[in-house]
Design a protein. Structure first.
Length: 609
């Protein structure tokens, strides 16, 4: 393929910039204007600048059918190419995505940050000189400075691409990046805007009803101090958490008011109905998740097809994460949001998800053969342990009891303790909410550990692996290889633990291993490391299936942790195509010989089951 390295420079202003708008909105906005682009037409050609007067004609006359286009943040430059110039390269590569995997996603990966990592000086493009100015308003000196800066960026992107490959970026993952970028740059999905509008109005009504019943103002709920006063008035003792370290080195404590904090979850289940309502209203006002998503997708659909923005290797486990102010990784199954997303006319969406993939991989790498045999025999993995817990036969129709079994299998495999098990059961995450006494939660955890001794033993192996990681040892651990503080997956991708350190808390004097993540430090222990590697291996199973489906000529339009959504033409062969994709999902990896994989699938016009 023919190499092309490219970088656009575009108009921006105080109220029109990527800091104010999503990438999709910025590029589709009527104010969008390309000043021009720097292009490197091959590895031995110097980068050249083309302003908009010449760029459109040059891009139009190029043959892009064999072009290998490399950019830094390719969703941005690639979407400009497709949306404004009708240019559709055969292959897309992205040095920002590559850097996230090679350098570690706990580090910034802007072009300046990656340039600094590889010893380049800072970018020379004089953004401050052309903010709020159109190309024709700029003097020749400024125009030349923009051109030189863009050419310098393009040359650095090419060098960075080569360095990232030399530093171990897996070649097979380039195809995954191409597929990920094209989910955004070549959008096809539609939205049912009437359904999204109805969802927005329903959530808005619910929020207003909550506020009215409480006789409090929205500002009282948004303010941490005022919300704290409301709770204290109801006799609630506020719990606090570490909010980071101040300059003097002392930990700052802040109220645990986040949606993910156990304290807020407990308030949602409080015996006092007013406390429940306050907590619910606080979370509704602060997040309004469904409203925000419905509004984002609705406006996006008004501008065209829905571009799916996924951050390649956005999670530490190399899984994708959401981006561009819309987290496609977290659209709940069965939700109205999913139902509002539709295939283009004449096409269907094949929604295929791996069945209990993490559970199967965990049992396999731990050597829990009795559980693997149940999977091979097609047995429900949750019913057996639920029947033992309730001391009577449980079936799939026993939703509450089966949910307890499902929670035991899926959460206890990563070391969940009784207190967390009890809280999670009450929230109804794995099925209908279940009120468990402390001794019942202890029984569930004990039952899992007694029936999964190989898994418990695997946690101990992981404890030893943490020490080996800290010592930068080289070590083969099943399908994983430890080397220089990193864990290498079967596809060659690394999990970065080079920041691992043994830490002593200044206040509690508690000692533990911790590792740096994107949002700060997090504890690391055996069961947690097991969770990391199992999820990473599950991602490799999914992405390998993605490559097989791609090689058969079918397009994947979005994905989540254990699910691929394939675009299938609506004709008499749709079911056959779906079956081919399912076989690709179930194919046994060479590095997990004998593992019993399975999947479920549906096909229809909407992204729902």
């Amino acid at each position: 393929m023919r190499l092309v390295v490219l970088d656009f420079e575009t108009f921006f202003s105080q109220d029109y910039s990527l800091s104010k708008l999503s990438t999709e909105n910025y590029i589709r906005d009527p104010r969008f204007e390309a000043h021009g682009a720097a292009v490197k037409w091959g590895p031995d050609e110097p980068a050249r600048w083309y302003d908009e007067r010449f760029l459109r004609e040059i891009l139009k006359n190029e043959d892009w059918s064999d072009a290998y286009v490399i950019c830094h943040h390719t969703q941005f430059d690639g979407f400009i190419l497709s949306h404004h110039y009708d240019v559709h390269p055969r292959y897309l590569a992205c040095t920002l995505s590559m850097a996230r995997l090679v350098m570690g996603n706990h580090l910034p990966v802007s072009l300046d940050a990656v340039r600094d990592h590889y010893g380049f000086p800072k970018k020379r493009t004089p953004y401050h000189l052309f903010k709020g100015k159109h190309w024709t308003e700029l003097d020749q000196v400024t125009q030349e400075a923009i051109a030189q800066g863009a050419c310098d960026e393009v040359e650095s992107v090419w060098t960075i691409f080569k360095r990232l490959m030399d530093d171990g970026f897996p070649r097979g993952e380039l195809d995954i990046i191409d597929e990920t970028c094209k989910m955004f740059t070549e959008p096809v999905l539609r939205a049912d805007t009437d359904l999204l509008a109805a969802l927005w109005e329903s959530e808005d009504k619910k929020k207003k009803e909550q506020l009215a019943s409480l006789d409090v103002r929205e500002a009282d709920l948004q303010s941490a101090d005022k919300f704290k006063a409301l709770l204290e008035k109801e006799g609630i003792e506020i719990e606090y958490k570490h909010g980071g370290e101040r300059k003097n080195g002392k930990a700052e404590l802040i109220p645990a008011f986040a949606k993910t904090d156990d304290f807020m979850r407990e308030l949602l289940e409080h015996d006092n109905p007013r406390v429940q309502a306050l907590a619910s209203a606080r979370l509704g006002v602060k997040s309004t998740l469904l409203q925000t998503r419905a509004e984002t997708l609705g406006w996006m659909a008004s501008r065209g097809a829905l571009p799916v923005y996924l951050r390649y290797a956005g999670a530490h486990t190399t899984r994708w994460s959401g981006g561009d102010r819309c987290n496609w990784q977290n659209f709940k199954r069965g939700s109205a949001i999913r139902q509002a997303i539709m295939a283009p006319e004449g096409w269907l969406l094949g929604v295929i998800d791996l069945s209990q993939i993490e559970c199967r991989i965990l049992d396999y790498v731990a050597g829990q053969e009795d559980e693997l045999e149940k999977f091979r025999n097609g047995q429900d993995p949750y019913i057996g342990i639920a029947s033992q817990f309730y001391n009577r036969p449980i079936t799939k129709t026993d939703a509450l009891e089966r949910g307890t079994g499902k929670q035991a299998i899926l959460s206890c495999g990563y070391g969940c303790g009784p207190a967390k098990f009890q809280k999670t059961a009450a929230l109804g995450i794995y099925g209908p909410p279940v009120k468990l006494a402390t001794n019942e939660a202890e029984k569930a955890v004990r039952l899992y550990r007694e029936t999964h001794k190989a898994v418990v033993g695997y946690w101990r192996e992981a404890d030893a692996a943490i020490v080996k990681l800290a010592n930068k040892e080289t070590y083969q651990w099943g399908p994983l290889r430890l080397c220089n503080g990193k864990i290498y997956l079967p596809n060659g991708a690394p999990l970065d633990y080079t920041t691992l350190e043994f830490y002593t808390d200044r206040e509690s004097h508690e000692q533990y291993w911790r590792v740096r993540k994107r949002h700060g430090w997090t504890k690391l222990y055996g069961a947690k490391l097991v969770e990391n590697v199992v999820q990473a291996l599950a991602r490799v199973v999914l992405s390998d299936a993605m490559l097989r489906i791609r090689q058969q000529g079918f397009r994947i339009v979005t994905c989540s942790h254990d699910e691929l959504v394939v675009l299938i033409e609506a004709n008499g062969h749709s079911s056959e195509v779906l079956n081919l994709c399912m076989e690709a999902m179930k194919q046994e990896p060479t590095w997990l010989p004998g593992i019993p994989l399975d999947c479920e699938a549906t096909i229809g016009e909407r992204y729902s089951k």
